[in-house]
Design a protein around this ligand. Structure first.
Ligand code: AKG
Ligand code: FE2
Length: 267
């Protein structure tokens, strides 16, 4: 029992999951530990680096630099079953369902490689739904950001601005400096945060510690995907009803009126 007076209503939480959800709603974020077993982390790190190298070869490092995409890998699950498994991690999706309901889509899956002594485009404050100067009463998206390495002040752990999912405009520099918090989180944990929160990667000032993170943004199906995953996958996984929803097969716009009506008829 909480010692209090004049209180007629208290938040009802049952167990640790509810406590995380309560933190998410109030602060805008929470850290969930042990989502990736420590023994598997190295596979995830290697696979991320393999995919990034592929993408760097495909587009060229100079071109990646021109568009601020150096050390950033996109749509990992289109290259790797391991990353498809991560995108559908059952424990993480339990939270996503509590926040977004049962119908949601993977809006993006990125790998961020924060190199020692190197500026990264993600070092700048932003919302993952960019250009929006409004807030919503309910979350329209949530991020599951996995730490593949231990995150620390030294190696550029992510900064979040608590409660900024409820702040329509970017606060002042003084406010950011005073209230931003850095996420010291263990490798294998994930930072679960409202996609309207202001955040950024810290600067990695370590001598030699690469800091890798995998960002997932799950959104209500009214939000279009950052990259058209069904087009990239070309029908792969479409027969699995859950993946059909998650990957956007079920919510990307039909190509014609006839297709729209046929879809409705078949339901
Ligand atoms: O790497 C980080 O700490 C933040 C990454 C980020 O903001 C993003 O991927 O959108
Ligand atoms: Fe971000």
């Amino acid at each position: 029992m909480i010692k209090s007076f004049g209180v007629t209503k208290t938040s009802e939480t049952e167990g640790i999951t509810d406590c995380h959800i309560e933190e998410f709603h109030n602060l805008g974020y929470t850290i969930i530990e042990d989502l990736i077993p420590v023994g598997e982390l190295d596979r995830f790190r290697k696979e991320l680096m393999r995919i990034y190298e592929l993408q760097e070869k495909e587009f060229g490092l100079d071109n990646l630099k021109k568009i601020n995409e150096e050390n950033l890998a996109r749509a990992l699950l289109c290259y790797s079953d391991l990353y498809l498994r991560l995108a559908r991690n059952a424990k993480a999706l339990e939270y996503v369902k509590k926040l977004l309901g049962t119908y949601f889509v993977l809006h993006l899956q990125n790998g961020i490689i924060n190199m020692p002594g190197h500026e990264h485009h993600q070092n700048s404050w932003h919302r993952d739904f960019p250009y929006q100067n409004w807030v919503s009463s309910e979350p329209i998206g949530c991020n599951v950001f996995y730490c593949l390495d231990d995150f620390s002040e030294e190696n550029g752990a992510t900064y979040l601005l608590p409660h900024s999912h409820k702040i329509a405009y970017m606060p002042s520099e003084e406010y950011l400096e005073k209230h931003a918090v850095q996420m010291n989180a263990k490798a294998g944990s994930a930072i679960l945060f409202d996609s309207m929160m202001f955040h950024k990667a810290g600067f990695n000032r370590s001598a030699d510690k690469v800091r890798r993170g995998i960002n997932h943004l799950y959104a209500k199906a009214i939000v279009r995907q950052q990259i058209n995953l069904p087009a990239m996958l070309g029908g792969k996984y479409a027969d699995d009803p859950f993946l059909n929803m998650l990957l956007g097969y079920g919510s990307n716009p039909p190509a014609s009126v006839l297709e729209w009506r046929k879809n409705k008829l078949s339901k």
